[in-house]
Structures are given as structure tokens and as C-alpha cells.
Design a protein around this ligand. Structure first.
Ligand code: ASP
Length: 310
């Protein structure tokens, strides 16, 4: 039996205003978002699972240098790249996450391997890298993750005691964490998120992205959520799980619950950012409290949209 299916993606939220992007840059973002949507949606169309769809969409975004995940990951305070990712299957409440990982080309696939091939939910650093090798996941040299613009971004803030959402750095406001949520034709939902974190973060700093319930959550009874924004605040707000709780215990719709968390609760604690969500009926919502969020969605009713600004 087939029901409405859908996918939504994000490429980060932050100070992204129309004046900051040239028409060519804007077009490049729309194209990258469109390709990531297609990677996930084409699988859903063939009857694949929401898990397969979110993994494929996030891999596409991780491979694109425009976004702060995988190849385009930002620099830490010590000039390295440390990546975080997580994935959750709403049908079985299974989850996998990795944090502070280097060299792994597609961190989301490592998170999925932790979920499917280990007895654990989260692996970090050297242990996660060792596991990636055992699973024969693709590794890359440090140079693969080097990009001149991210290096310049880091140079701007590296002597300050600050961390920055990479899209909020004054000269570069165009890059972000990535994520996907999907509802498949069987009514199963899933969420995945992947990031290089925040520019100039302390080495071994862990944000919300790999934390189940903070940056990522999925439960067929409520919603699948992927967040982007100032991770410390999303952790304190237990943002993704709070949306699920509002739906489960208060009977909120997906849209109402996401607006309550993003536009009220997070705003009150200065938690800048946004989130994307789906429920098991194929409804999709994309909500953010920042100037912009790279985003897109596609539904089995024919709707396909990519967008950047409010
Ligand atoms: N949430 C991510 C983190 O704090 C950053 C982002 O979404 O851009 O690591």
C-alpha cells in the first residue's frame, strides 16, 4: 500500500541575506539543493525506505563544497576538521551517531554503520575512525577537506575567543550544516544531520548534530526532525525531541510544534537557527528564526521547491 511520501532538506541557517549572494552563487545553491532532493526523492519514488532517502540526500550535500559538512567542513581552533553526524529511523527508534571524526568522506554513512553494524549508538574520534576502517568506508586525505574560503573564514576569527556559525561570519555567510528528513510510501520516517560544526570551535567540541534528541530525532508516532543552528542552545533546548514531545503529549501538529520550539522557546534563549520536519502522513515543515535557511522539499503530490531567504 502506498501513501503520500516526501523529503525535506536543509543546508544550514544563519545570516543569509539577498545582498550577500550573487545571482551565480544563488543559482549554485539552488542547483545543489535540487540535486540533493533528487538523490533522495528518486529513491522514495522507487519504493525505497525513508532511511535510504535521507542518507542519499545527505551524502549529496556532504560531497558539495558549498555546505559545512563532509568536504566543506569548517576549521577548528587548531586548524583541523572534525565532523559530527547522526541518523535515526522512526520505525524502530534505532539511531547511530559519530562525533569528532576526521578523514571520513561521508560521516552520515559512518553514523548509519554505527546504527546497523555495531551495538552502540555513538562513537567518537579515534574509535569512530577505527570503526570506519573496519567497515571499509571511504577515507580522504586532509587536503580533500581544505577550501580556501573556509580557511579565510577561520583566519578572521581564529585569534578571538569566539566560535561562529559559518554562515554568520561577516565575509562569508553562505555555508551550513546539512540535514534531511523523509517519509516513505509505507509511512516510515527518518532523519539525518551532518556537520563540520562551528568555525573556530575548540578541538573535540561536540554540538547538537550528533546528539539524538537535540539535533536529530525520528519517531513514526510523531515526527522526524533535523536541526541547524547554534548547537549549544539546541542541546540545552533538547530541540528535536521537544518537537516530538509537543506532538505526542500536547497533540500539536508538526507545524505548530516546530514553530513553538524554533520561534518561541529557542528565541527566548538566543538559539539562532532552524529545523526541518516531516510526519508519518508525509506533511513537511521548514521553520527558522534566522535571516535565511538553505532548504528544499519535494512531495509525491508534485510539489518541488528550493529556497534560501525568509
Ligand atoms: N548545529 C551545528 C553545530 O552547532 C552548526 C550548524 O548548524 O551550522 O555544530
Amino acid at each position: 500500500m502506498s501513501q503520500p511520501f516526501s523529503i525535506a532538506i536543509h543546508g544550514g541557517a544563519g545570516t543569509i541575506s539577498k545582498n550577500d549572494l550573487s545571482p551565480e552563487q544563488e543559482a549554485a545553491y539552488h542547483l545543489a539543493l535540487s540535486e540533493a532532493l533528487a538523490a533522495g526523492y528518486s529513491l522514495l519514488e522507487k519504493g525505497a525506505s525513508a532511511m535510504d532517502a535521507v542518507a542519499a540526500a545527505v551524502v549529496s550535500l556532504e560531497d558539495c563544497i558549498l555546505f559545512n559538512a563532509g568536504r566543506g567542513a569548517v576549521f577548528t581552533k587548531t586548524g583541523t576538521h572534525e565532523m559530527d553526524a547522526s541518523i535515526m529511523d522512526g520505525a524502530f527508534l534505532q539511531a547511530g551517531a559519530i562525533t569528532c571524526v576526521k578523514q571520513v568522506k561521508n560521516p552520515v554513512l559512518l553514523a548509519r554503520a554505527v546504527m546497523e553494524k555495531s551495538e552502540h549508538v555513538m562513537l567518537s574520534g579515534e574509535g569512530a575512525l577505527q570503526f570506519a576502517k573496519e567497515q571499509q568506508l571511504k577515507l580522504e586525505e586532509e587536503t580533500y577537506f581544505f577550501s580556501q574560503f573556509r580557511y579565510e573564514q577561520w583566519q578572521l576569527v581564529k585569534d578571538e575567543q569566539t566560535i561562529a556559525l559559518d554562515h554568520n561570519i561577516k565575509t562569508e555567510k553562505k555555508f551550513g550544516t546539512v540535514g534531511a528528513v523523509a517519509c516513505d510510501a509505507k509511512g516510515n520516517i527518518a532523519a539525518a544531520t551532518s556537520t563540520g560544526g562551528m568555525t573556530n570551535k575548540n578541538y573535540n567540541r561536540i554540538g547538537d548534530t550528533p546528539i539524538i534528541g537535540a539535533g536529530t530525532y525520528a519517531n513514526n508516532r510523531t515526527c522526524a526532525i533535523s536541526c541547524t543552528g547554534h548547537g549549544e542552545l539546541f542541546i540545552k533546548a533538547v530541540a528535536a525531541y521537544d518537537v516530538s514531545c509537543l506532538m505526542e503529549y500536547e497533540g500539536y501538529t508538526l507545524q505548530q510544534a516546530m514553530e513553538t520550539v524554533t520561534l518561541d522557546k529557542l528565541v527566548k534563549i538566543n538559539g539562532e537557527g532552524g529545523m526541518i520536519g516531516t510526519d508519518a502522513n508525509g506533511n513537511v515543515a521548514l521553520v527558522f528564526n534566522s535571516e535565511g535557511m538553505y532548504r528544499g522539499w519535494q512531495k509525491s503530490n508534485g510539489e518541488k521547491v528550493t529556497a534560501i531567504y525568509q
